[in-house]
Ligand binder design. Structure first.
Ligand code: MF3
Ligand code: CO
Ligand code: CO
Length: 258
């Protein structure tokens, strides 16, 4: 399968990504102490429906398991794929990663952010800042003529220079009619390695950064990936289009009318 999208596919990717960004931005506003992750999931489901989109997560199959919710909501030591639950109440001082992936008109938009709940401590603040910066630095390398490893290296280098670690068990990915397409985009690697970046690729770049070690575990629910050492983790993600004029972030809301 080619990793290059046609003009028509890119137009559809733009729409799906705009919706994914809008839903994520609105979901973010609902994060506060006392809310459950299930409340957020239901709001996410309704926001997607209001845009005529649906969750790409719901029923997503890995092996014999199907994902049971509409969003991924990962609190503190949960890295990604946190399964929303009415039992999980958000508390002051938590950090929560929201990952929204929608399907609209046959194409997928994927984006995530990490937000504070109330007042958080300085090390969580720094973890979030460095992770978001690493995403920006990775995106900056999504340039025609570079290789995927240039993105990976930029992310890893920034994260490790601040004493944090990048998760190795999960990677970013191409995105299109399916949520996960080639190429894989690791958050670690070497400059000049991996597939060549050409115009018309749509890439989900998503650093997952741990305050402590990079090792992970998966909980008994079969989905929720947590840090092995129990220390917090942050996650930011954009879907990016590669063009002759540089990377274009498709999952952004600043072009929307309010
Ligand atoms: N949105 C996630 C990603 O960034 C994938 C979620 S798959 C699910 O790749 F099944 F866990 F929802
Ligand atoms: Co995602
Ligand atoms: Co993704």
């Amino acid at each position: 399968m080619t990793m290059i999208k046609t003009k028509d596919q890119i137009a559809r990717m733009r729409e799906a990504c705009t919706i994914a960004a809008k839903v994520l931005a609105e979901l973010k506003q609902l994060v506060r102490p006392g809310t459950t992750t299930q409340d957020l999931d239901e709001a996410g489901r309704d926001l997607m429906a209001a845009c005529g989109a649906r969750s790409a997560d719901y029923g997503y199959q890995i092996g014999s398991r199907r994902y049971p919710a509409h969003t991924c909501i990962s609190v503190n030591e949960e890295i990604v794929h946190g399964v929303p639950s009415f039992r999980r109440v958000l508390h002051d001082g938590d950090i929560v990663s929201l990952d929204v992936t929608v399907t609209y008109n046959g194409y997928v938009g994927d984006n995530a952010t990490t937000v504070p709940v109330g007042a958080i401590d300085a090390r969580k603040k720094k973890l979030m800042r460095v992770t978001e910066e690493s995403l920006a630095l990775g995106i900056r390398q999504a340039v025609v003529g570079n290789r995927i490893g240039d993105i990976s290296y930029a992310i890893q280098n920034h994260v490790e220079s601040h004493g944090f670690s990048v998760v190795r068990d999960l990677v970013g990915h191409g995105v299109g009619a399916s949520m996960h397409e080639p190429p894989e985009i690791p958050n670690f690697g070497r400059r000049g390695a991996g597939p060549l970046i050409k115009p018309g690729m749509t890439l989900a770049i998503e650093p997952m950064v741990n305050l402590g070690g990079y090792r992970t575990k998966t909980l008994a629910d079969g989905w929720t990936v947590v840090t092995a050492d129990g220390l917090p983790s942050a996650h930011y993600e954009h879907t990016v289009l590669t063009t002759e004029n540089g990377p274009e972030i498709l999952t952004r809301t600043d072009l929307l009318k309010s």
